[in-house]
Ligand binder design. Structure first.
Ligand code: NAD
Ligand code: UDP
Length: 389
């Protein structure tokens, strides 16, 4: 229930209730952000997406306490003139809309580039022309590979943080060659960041750019064959959840040696709330949002998820819990990978005083409890069906 107490910003000033045009509100991050805005603030949301399954619980029934503060607009931003009107009606636009699953970057590079660059252009233009604030979701992938990954394998410099920590205002963006189409996404996101930054510099656009570092939690992506296409390849949390639910080995791409830092979606949403409610501290900044303390290799992630799932499901794990697959077999031609992603937290700490809280074990425990409750029965039925017929 939204509290009626006056919310104060980080400088002790009352926060006025605003209207937010949230594009991509029906996705993983959007659904958590809408939930938080409805339950803890008085802000209004114009929720734009082509789907609303993940925010249905916020839209119905009419008796919900936030009835009237969230409106869903089924709009494809590629071709709908209603978008400009919604941006004009709002005080702030948050753009989350994107194709953002790695399996698409090398197999649907055109859709990926159009979605992440071309389709975002009008949003930036409407905000700039109408003097509206914009929070744009980019990605940690704009950093690409670390400088350290280009050093010889035995170089001691690989252990020096200067060669791998990713800093918003210093680190270069290092992508593979053009035929490595994996980088179509990162490149499109980089160009839209540069465009937004230039709109700020030349036309005074008030903007904040968010670079999420592997946010994970309930409602991320889909379980193939249950609430998404059976041949679909979601991001790693849903891939591994699917394998665990089906009691199959978890597939480690190229040995699972890549490293990632995972952050709980609820911690990350706290950071976005601070950006929304502290414009003077957030405008003009690019923020890494991740948890540098939760670093694992993908192999370690698989091992931890196997243990946690066994705990929450009460089922012992299978004899061979992981299997190696080549990236070519798993993703097809043109795949490439970020080797290591540790966010520097200096800027977000200084501007917003934010820090992540949840350990990897704890966030996996709550997320896999959700996955088990939501999907275990449906997966069992799906597996039993072909046998019954
Ligand atoms: P998501 O796929 O769950 O959400 C994106 C939403 O945008 C979807 O609901 C989709 O239907 C909608 N959308 C896409 N194209 C649209 C269009 N043309 N018109 C209307 N709606 C459209 O992804 P997410 O994980 O919630 O990510 C949100 C943003 O954050 C993306 O920009 C993504 O690149 C960025 N990001 C997320 C992560 C992460 O860890 N989850 C990491 C890096 C970057
Ligand atoms: N990955 C894997 N097995 C899977 C799915 C993904 O080994 O079933 C690896 C993938 O190659 C990458 C990492 O897990 O190294 C994270 O992948 P994700 O799709 O979550 O996105 P990314 O972090 O690369 O943007």
């Amino acid at each position: 229930m939204a509290s009626s107490a006056v919310r104060l910003d980080l400088d002790g000033n009352p926060i006025p209730a605003i209207t937010i045009c949230m594009i991509g509100a029906g996705g993983f991050i959007g659904s958590h952000l809408c939930e938080k805005l409805m339950s803890e603030t008085q802000h209004k949301v114009l929720a734009v997406d082509v789907y609303n399954d993940k925010i249905k619980h916020l839209l119905e029934p009419d008796s919900l306490p936030w009835n009237g503060r969230i409106q869903f607009h089924r709009i494809n931003i590629k071709n709908d003139s209603r978008l400009e009107g919604l941006v004009k009606m709002a005080d702030l636009t948050i753009n989350l809309a994107a194709i953002c699953t790695p399996a698409d970057y090398n197999t649907r590079p055109l859709d990926t580039i159009y979605s992440n660059f071309i389709d975002a252009l009008p949003v930036v233009k409407y905000c700039s022309e109408n003097n509206k604030r914009l929070i744009h979701f980019s990605t940690c992938e704009v950093y690409g590979k670390t400088i350290g990954s280009y050093l010889p394998k035995d170089s001691p410099l690989r252990k020096d943080p200067a060669y791998y920590i990713l800093k918003e205002d210093e680190s270069p963006c290092i992508f593979g060659s053009i035929e490595k189409q994996r980088w179509s996404y990162a490149c499109a996101k980089q160009l839209i960041e540069r465009l937004i930054y230039a709109e700020g510099a030349e036309n005074d656009l008030e903007f904040t750019i968010v670079r999420p570092f592997n946010w994970i939690g309930p409602r991320m992506d889909f379980i193939p064959g249950i609430d998404g296409p059976s041949e679909g390849v979601p991001r790693v949390l849903a891939c591994f959840s699917n394998n665990l639910l089906r009691r199959e080995p978890l597939k480690l791409v190229d040995g699972g040696e890549s490293q990632r830092t995972f952050i709980y979606i609820k911690d990350a949403i706290e950071a976005v709330m601070l950006m929304i409610e502290n414009p003077a501290r957030a405008n003009g900044h690019i923020f890494n949002v991740g948890n540098p303390n939760n670093e694992v290799t993908v192999r370690q992630l698989a091992e931890m998820m196997t243990k946690v799932y066994s705990k929450v499901s009460g089922e012992p794990s299978i004899d061979s819990p992981t299997v190696d697959v080549s990236s070519k077999e798993f993703y097809g031609e043109g795949y490439d990978d970020s080797d290591k992603r540790i966010p520097d937290m200096t800027i977000i700490n200084r501007q917003l005083g934010w820090n992540p809280k949840t350990s990897l074990w704890d966030l996996l425990e709550s997320t896999l409890t959700y996955q088990h409750r939501t999907y275990a029965e449906a997966v069992k039925q799906a597996i039993a069906k072909p046998l019954a017929t």
